[in-house]
Design a protein around this ligand. Structure first.
Ligand SMILES: NC(=O)c1ccc[n+]([C@@H]2O[C@H](COP(=O)([O-])OP(=O)(O)OC[C@H]3O[C@@H](n4cnc5c(N)ncnc54)[C@H](O)[C@@H]3O)[C@@H](O)[C@H]2O)c1
Length: 317
């Protein structure tokens, strides 16, 4: 098949590009390289089945041109950083919601009707039900990132109803693994490189979080688009459990062989909009036959190992 992937040079997008190419598909990658890395696509670029376009999703005319001939879209491009939303309130609206509207319009202009979308567990805000199922109470938003992704989900569902589209919406927990370039392991690694004797920690370290290894995430996405047949298919993606930030710090420090003093900022959360307890109910995706192969602990260690072998990513980001 000919797939279009937005955010093709990103952490998850480039991993998906490689997987789809390895399965014999043709892939059109789109990225503006705001956070994406050309080096992630070195392998893909040597394939005759891969075409890369440096385009900003806010440029609807350019998007309409490169979508020509596509059969389905994986829309992963976004401002993927939840933490700094209040520093620039327009960014999530533009990079997530307006960009998604443009993707939907470019699809409509080209008669493409299938879209897989990377949403987030952040759309649940501080969910009253944990583990949180896909059909829990309508959530109250606590971050501009979550709000913008919830709006994307709304637009996508409405295009399914209004224009006969079919969608697969994935609400991920935080993703770990090779090509990881943002998130708590990245931050802690960077801080420990600068000073292995002291580690500043946002909040009190007792925040409970769930993580998923990137290849497990890709497995789930591909299984779902193959097997789930509703008009709008919504899946939580995560492991069956969670850890404390303190647990993760312990694994990272063990792997790096350091024993820093932990300097807590205090409070029960790291930043405005940080959810102190994220744990998603993943029975729906598991019922399709998917199970993650790696635990949170293994995902954290694989991520540290990747960062150690690829310290160039700290300069690139
Ligand atoms: N990494 C996670 O833990 C996580 C968790 C939940 C959801 N997600 C979602 O998964 C998707 C991928 O995340 P990621 O971690 O790979 O992030 P990433 O920053 O590595 O990838 C995003 C990619 O999109 C590109 N991009 C951003 N804005 C663009 C624009 N206007 N036009 C064209 N390209 C643009 C970036 O250059 C980058 O290559 C995002 O939608 C993110 O919100 C990620």
């Amino acid at each position: 098949m000919k797939f279009i992937i937005t955010g093709a040079a990103g952490f998850i997008g480039s991993t998906l590009v490689d997987r789809l190419l390895s399965l014999g598909n043709t892939v059109v990658g789109i990225d503006n390289f705001s956070t994406g890395q050309r080096r992630f696509l070195e392998g893909a670029l040597s394939s005759p089945n891969f075409n890369l376009f440096q385009i900003d999703l806010l440029d609807l005319d350019a998007l309409k041109n490169v979508f020509a001939g596509g059969e389905a879209v994986f829309h992963l491009a976004a401002n993927a950083d939840v933490r700094f939303g209040t520093d620039h309130p327009r960014r999530d609206l533009e990079q997530n919601t307006i960009a998604t509207y443009n993707v939907l319009e470019a699809m409509r202009a080209n008669g493409i009707k299938r879209i897989a979308f990377s949403s987030t567990g952040s759309v649940y805000g501080e969910a009253p039900v944990v583990p949180t199922p896909e059909n829990g109470p309508f959530p109250i938003q606590t971050s501009l990132y979550g709000a913008s992704k919830a709006a994307c989900e709304g637009l996508i569902s409405a295009y399914c109803e209004g224009f006969g589209f079919q969608s697969w919406i994935f609400r991920f927990v935080s993703i770990l693994g090779e090509r990881y370039t943002h998130g708590h392991v990245f931050d802690f690694y960077q801080k420990l490189k600068a000073d292995p004797t002291c580690l500043p920690v946002l909040g009190n370290g007792k925040q409970r979080k769930s993580y998923l290894y990137v290849q497990d995430c890709i497995d789930a996405i591909l299984l779902a688009i193959d097997r789930a047949t509703e008009k709008v298919n919504i899946f939580n993606l995560g492991v069956d459990g969670y850890c404390e930030v303190n647990d993760s710090i312990g694994w990272i420090c063990d792997e790096l062989g350091v024993k820093p003093r932990l300097d807590y900022a205090g409070g029960d959360r790291g930043w405005i909009g940080d959810n102190p307890f994220i744990f998603l109910d993943t029975q729906k995706i598991q019922a399709l036959g998917w199970k993650p192969r790696f635990t949170i602990n293994e995902g954290v260690i694989k991520t540290v190992q990747y960062l150690r072998e690829n310290e160039w990513v700290f300069k690139a980001r």
